[in-house]
Write a protein that binds this ligand. Structure first.
Ligand code: NAP
Length: 487
């Protein structure tokens, strides 16, 4: 695989990948075009892996497993630390590559590379701190020892919205734990994954420890890998719908699953909030990645006393954003990932307007090439509108008015999702009370950004199972083994 020459200048040729990455070898191939969402042009074609390719990847991961498991933690740690350093050294090329295939604005892409690399540094540190336990039974009958062992071969499936970070958030803890992996990146954004695999090899990751494959048939290919008894872990980030399918598939062989799924984050602003801080936080929570984030504020609940000022301030900020190609340095809001994504957003906005909402800025797709939808603010949105219940995944901010704290909590919880939520108030007691009331895995208090490698990332309800990052993230890739010891 090569980048088409007219785009080659956007990324360091050393980072260009050559095909499927299995057992430390690049296997050339074609079949999946990768598009530049800023223009709709094809920028590269990557291989379409078959079930046989996937089985080769499992073979490679199996062959590498005993050696990697036996590699001292300190050595695994140093390899991950070198990988962090190489990503940092190549940050600008990687960010440009992300902007090219994903469309996100360069500042967002640079932010993603910094965040993504930090998972390698964090898990380089955690590799040498894997916990165990030593206890006496209450009856005094014997001693309990608990060890943690690598769970085995892990299949990692990632989405297109954070092509680097969603991969490192899984590879980092898996390698630190001593597992070997097969990464299947999203078909829209495979180039970043291939580029990172090259850097991993340079950092000293042994052949077969990390394998990368792209496929047009993720369902059958994943099912084949999950049916293989050598595969013991599935770590998936993506939509709740696909997550449900994969949980059912994994049940057949009782494969351990970690699921990072969709969100529908409420952003609650009380009358006593610092308006400027709330607007700044709203822009980060809504517009990071042009709204294509699972943690994106999807519903703005604003108390009656501050509602009109909030809408005016948000409208001014959204309307001022510069729209353009992701890799244009002036761009603040890039294109959506596909034309289909634009159509979905258009449908949600049209439905909200039909049910009484009013746009204060934006409100319709932009004509011309590329997949552009402008920053949009909706007020007077009905709680029955589809947009109140669906992940928008775009630069649209629906604002709802509320009166009381109880009402805000009830509205915030009126969803099957529970990934992220935001609360703005100067009253810390209220913030904690509302925080307890909202069903969510993560809560930003007077803060629009919560992702951090040192924190446990994940959701409740149908937003997922398990946590990535933090001190517990490594345990998702380990099994506890209990020794009952009598001295
Ligand atoms: P998606 O359609 O679920 O795809 C995610 C990944 O799953 C892709 O690699 C995709 O491959 C693969 N896939 C699709 N169907 C599959 C199947 N039947 N079996 C196995 N793999 C399959 O999601 P997306 O549109 O890429 O990403 C957006 C979603 O991800 C949103 O819902 C967002 O909230 C969620 N997300 C969650 C988090 C979190 O941490 N909770 C973070 C980021 C994103 P192809 O690309 O080849 O179809």
């Amino acid at each position: 695989m090569t980048l088409h020459t007219k785009f080659a200048g956007y990324a360091d040729p050393a980072l260009h990948a050559q095909g499927l990455y299995i057992g430390g070898q690049w296997q050339a191939g074609a079949g999946i075009p990768v598009l530049n969402p800023s223009t709709g042009d094809v920028i590269a074609e990557v291989p379409d892996a078959t079930i046989a390719d996937a089985m080769s990847a499992v073979d490679a991961a199996e062959a590498a497993a005993p050696g990697w498991r036996a590699t001292p933690a300190r050595q695994r740690s140093e390899i991950l630390r070198r990988w962090f350093q190489l990503m940092t050294d190549h940050a600008e090329e990687l960010a440009t590559l992300i902007s090219l295939e994903n469309g996100k604005a360069l500042p967002d892409a640079r932010g993603e590379i910094g965040y993504a690399a930090e998972f390698f540094r964090w898990y380089a540190e955690e590799a040498s701190r894997i916990p165990g336990e030593y206890r006496h039974t209450p009856s005094g009958s014997h001693t309990i020892l608990v060890d943690h062992e690598p769970i085995g071969i892990a299949v990692l499936i990632t989405p297109w919205n954070f092509p680097a970070a969603m991969a490192t958030r899984k590879i980092g803890p898996a390698l630190a734990a001593g597992c070997t992996v097969i990464l299947k990146p999203a078909s829209e954004t495979p180039l970043t994954a291939f580029a990172m695999a090259r850097l991993g090899a340079e950092a000293g990751v042994p052949a077969g420890v990390v394998n990368v494959l792209t496929t047009r048939n993720p369902g059958p290919v994943t099912s084949a890998m999950l049916a293989d008894p050598r595969v013991r872990k599935l770590s998936f980030t993506g939509s709740t719908g696909v997550g449900r399918t994969l949980l059912a598939e994994a049940a057949k062989t009782v494969v351990s699953c970690s699921m990072e799924l969709g969100g529908n984050a409420p952003f609650v602003v009380f009358d006593d909030a610092d308006l400027e801080a709330a607007l700044e936080g709203a822009m980060i929570a809504k517009m990071r990645n042009a709204g294509e984030a699972c943690t994106a504020a999807n519903r703005f609940y604003v108390q009656a006393g501050i509602h009109d000022d909030f809408v005016a301030g948000l409208t001014a900020r959204m309307a001022a954003l510069k729209i353009g190609a992701g890799y244009d340095p002036a761009t603040q809001c890039g294109p959506m990932i596909t034309q289909k994504a634009v159509q979905k957003i258009d449908h949600l906005v049209s439905d909200a307007i039909r049910r009484g909402a009013r746009t204060t800025t934006g409100g319709a797709p932009l004509p011309g090439t590329g997949y552009f939808y402008p920053p949009t603010v909706l007020e007077g949105v009905s709680v029955d509108a589809e947009i109140a219940h669906e992940e928008i995944f775009g630069p649209v901010a629906p604002v709802y008015r509320f009166e009381t704290e109880e009402e805000a909590i009830r509205l915030a919880n009126n969803t099957e999702y529970g990934l992220a939520a935001y609360v703005y108030t100067r009253d810390l007691k209220r913030a904690m009370r509302v925080g307890k009331g909202i069903e969510t895995g993560m809560l930003g208090i007077n803060r629009g950004l919560m992702s951090d490698p040192a924190a446990p990332f994940g959701g409740v309800k149908q937003s997922g199972l398990g946590r990535e990052g933090g001190v517990t993230g490594i345990l998702e890739f380990m099994e506890a083994k209990y020794y009952a010891v009598e001295f």
